[in-house]
Design a protein around this ligand. Structure first.
Ligand code: GLC
Length: 548
């Protein structure tokens, strides 16, 4: 297959590239604007690619960039085989792929198969004629008793999941906005269409897909119970896996159960013949607390290992309040967020970062008259929605556009844009950006030497400590202390007593000294609210019996 995407970078070992990788979510609208319309675009991303190369990530997941009326900022797709003119053109996309691949970056597209836009030609035809065969590709139902909705399903964005069609004789289903009618995945034409869409982009050279609402595809309103998670969905993914395998293997990462996440259920969609991985949302719902993190990580490791898949860690994305804010905000929140990220980067599997977290961005307080998320509008302001996680990146210290745009940004910048600016952080060794660069580089450097085994150590309250064997017989110890004050960790089990310890990383620069002053007799001093990575010169036990 000759792809315009060009040659792909090689991996030093035989594992697939996503095993141990870091993927960066580009929320395209807010990344970099090249044409002064206030909306980020593909040429803007191309101009800033060096920044992502310097950050050291392996791949980019780009939020949907297809033609769209933007009822849900691109998650309402009107044409799956083109680029929205606000974001550029197919030629821009091909150029991006080529440039990214040449720089060693892979590209994942965001595939939105649960629903189309109401502006998609299929849905237009279905609405225009109540007798249209295209209606079978969506989920139309006659009204229930007294003309009411066919069932009690509600939209994730609030209100009923049903909207009456113009004929008045039927309702159509939309689990999200009325501008996002759900597809009927029992229909073979729908399945065939998406296989064609997958092939279209794979032929261009994309390295995989993030699958939106992956748990939701197959649903039957005539069955009792909630709409999501029907087993037939897995059949769809088996077919997609076959297609991807025909291209030498591509990453398929599913978004599942965002609000009601269950790692065991999610792992049912994962495996060598299904999805590569699904985002683990457990940690996004937890407080900054070592015991909770430990339980969440153990559950995810166990579920993915049993399924033969890999964990996919995430703390923030474009749908969630940023983790620095969830952990209290301000400098303490940013400090805790760095500690949590350093923990994730020390785990096997794939780590997903969200644009702006590397700058220590917090959830922005977007004024009501600038809010545009359908969650805000549909709930009539009762729910704030997700705009606060989606504000533009400040590249420079120059107001008002901060290097993001020379026009008016589609969402205002969060507070402290100047202090967070890339140009300012690039010169500051203590800034979040420097920490992210160091941590991501270290993960990459250690990757060929690290297996999947993860063994948890006994640790005092508020401390999570685990080690992973290195191929040279030493061990990597990763320890998170969620206590505000320093904690002492006794190096028990296989890493006790280490012949020597070497601190490789601390999430707080000033904490490095403390950890390094570790007493020689098998103890480490961990700084408060920080994570450290320590190399322990000690042969790992002969059978580190995998994940526990
Ligand atoms: C996913 C996306 C979210 C979108 C929704 C509907 O949850 O991440 O942004 O609104 O799907 O497509």
């Amino acid at each position: 297959m000759s792809a315009p995407g060009g040659a792909r970078p090689a991996r030093p070992d035989s594992r697939p590239w996503w095993d141990g990788a870091v993927v960066y979510e580009v929320y395209l609208r807010s990344f970099a604007d090249s044409d002064a319309d206030g909306v980020g675009d593909l040429p803007g991303l191309r101009r800033r690619l060096d920044y992502l190369v310097a950050l050291g990530v392996d791949a980019l997941w780009i939020s949907p960039c297809y033609p769209s009326p933007m009822a849900d900022h691109g998650y309402d797709v009107a044409d799956y085989r083109d680029i929205d003119p606000r974001y550029g053109s197919l030629a821009d996309f091909d150029a991006l792929l080529c440039q990214a691949h040449a720089a060693g970056l892979r590209i994942l597209l965001d595939l939105v198969p649960n629903h189309t836009s109401s502006a998609h030609p299929w849905f237009r035809a279905a609405l225009a004629d109540p007798a249209s065969p295209l209606r079978a590709r969506y989920i139309f139902r006659p009204p229930g008793a007294h003309g009411r909705e066919p069932n009690a399903w509600t939209s994730v964005f609030g209100g009923s999941a049903w909207t009456r069609d113009p004929s008045g004789q039927a309702y159509y289903l939309h689990l999200f906005d009325p501008g996002q009618p759900d597809l009927n995945w029992f229909d073979p034409q729908v399945r065939a269409e998406f296989e064609g869409i997958l092939t279209f982009w794979l032929d261009r050279g994309v390295d995989g897909f993030r699958i939106d609402v992956a748990h939701g595809l197959v649903k039957d309103p005539d069955r009792p119970g909630p709409p999501l998670g029907q087993p037939e969905t897995v059949e769809v993914f088996r077919r997609w896996r076959e297609i991807c395998d025909g291209y030498g293997g591509r990453l398929l990462v599913g978004e599942m159960f965002l609000h009601d996440y269950d790692p065991v259920r999610a792992a049912g969609y994962v495996g060598p013949e299904k999805l590569t991985e699904t985002f683990d949302f457990t940690l996004t719902a937890l407080p900054f607390q070592a015991a909770a993190f430990r339980a969440g990580i153990q559950a995810a490791l166990a579920a993915t290992a049993a399924a033969g898949g890999l964990p996919a860690w995430v703390l923030s994305n474009h749908d969630l309040p940023r983790h620095a804010t969830r952990y209290g905000g301000g400098p303490p929140g940013v400090r805790r967020a760095r500690a949590a990220t350093a923990l994730l980067l020390g785990l096997p599997g794939t780590v997903y970062l969200y644009q702006g977290e590397e700058l220590g961005l917090e959830q922005a307080d977007v004024p009501p008259d600038r809010r545009v998320d359908p969650i805000w509008t549909r709930s009539h302001g009762r729910e704030l929605g997700r705009d606060g996680a989606r504000t533009p990146l400040p590249w420079t210290t120059h107001a008002p556009g901060y290097g993001f745009t020379t026009g008016v940004p589609w969402l205002p910048f969060g507070r402290g844009a100047r202090a967070h600016a890339v140009t300012r952080q690039a010169r500051d060794a203590g800034a979040p950006l420097s920490f992210y660069r160091t941590a991501v580089a270290l993960r990459r450097q250690l990757r060929p030497q690290l297996g999947d085994a993860v063994v948890f150590l006994e640790a005092p309250p508020g401390v999570l400590a685990l080690w992973r064997p290195l191929t040279d017989g030493a061990a990597l110890l990763v320890a998170l202390n969620t206590n505000p004050e320093p904690a002492r960790l006794r190096l028990s089990g296989p890493v006790s007593p280490p012949a020597a310890v070497q601190v490789l990383l601390t999430s707080e620069p000033e904490g490095a000294g403390e950890a390094q002053r570790a007493p020689a007799h098998g103890e480490l001093v961990l700084p408060g609210e920080a994570t450290v990575w320590v190399r322990c010169e000690r042969p790992a036990p002969s059978s580190p019996d995998a994940r526990r």
